[in-house]
Design a protein around this ligand. Structure first.
Ligand SMILES: [Mg+2]
Ligand SMILES: [Zn+2]
Length: 186
């Protein structure tokens, strides 16, 4: 059953990890998408080390009616453009559109979207990691059985005490430091 063609992967949270986030706020306009300065360098390093790069994001603003799927598509086009300007690209963007109350199967910390990405993109969960700023991201890492790296950008500082039960493999200042940890340790 070994499939040598499977690719190592880093699953990346979006808001608070690749771009700013703050409590009670939803990114609903393309003009509000501005990636962190360190995002593209982090992705470049990871790709050079052989990792595929997949965003897995909870976007309940869709289910709440705060933005439309078309607008989210424009936001993600802008995300990709900004990363491309820094020489970086993503292999996929997977998002859950549901409100938490829906108790859907795809909202992080559930692993459905990451597993779907693994199937569709021939990714190996044997050499994989998750980077994110919330306990749901570390819950995703646990559900996948892979290391989770908590970043202290976005909600990270506030979430840090709540993440202890999920035993982050590492806590790092930002996505670039998280990328360096993954390259050194995976
Ligand atoms: Mg986040
Ligand atoms: Zn969902």
């Amino acid at each position: 059953m070994t499939r040598p063609s499977l690719r190592p992967v880093v699953f990346l949270d979006r808001d608070g990890t690749l771009n700013p986030d703050r409590p009670g706020w939803y990114l609903t306009k393309p003009s509000e998408m501005r990636v962190y300065r360190k995002a593209a360098p982090a992705l470049r390093l990871l790709r050079a080390a052989g990792f595929r790069l997949v965003v897995v994001s909870n976007q309940s603003g869709l289910g709440r009616g705060y933005l439309t799927p078309a607008t989210l598509g424009r936001i993600h086009a802008r995300l990709r453009r900004q990363l491309a300007a820094g020489g970086a690209r993503l292999d996929g963007i997977y998002f859950c559109p549901h409100r938490p109350e829906r108790r859907c199967g795809c909202r992080k910390p559930k692993a459905l979207l990451a597993r779907r990405a693994a199937r569709e993109l021939d990714l190996s969960l044997a050499r994989a990691a998750v980077i994110g700023d919330k306990r749901a991201d570390l819950g995703l890492a646990r559900a996948l059985g892979v290391p989770g790296v908590l970043v202290l950008t976005g909600h990270g500082r506030h979430e840090r005490p709540h993440c202890a039960p999920f035993k982050p493999a590492a806590v790092r200042r930002d996505v670039l430091a998280a990328a360096r940890w993954i390259i050194k340790n995976l």
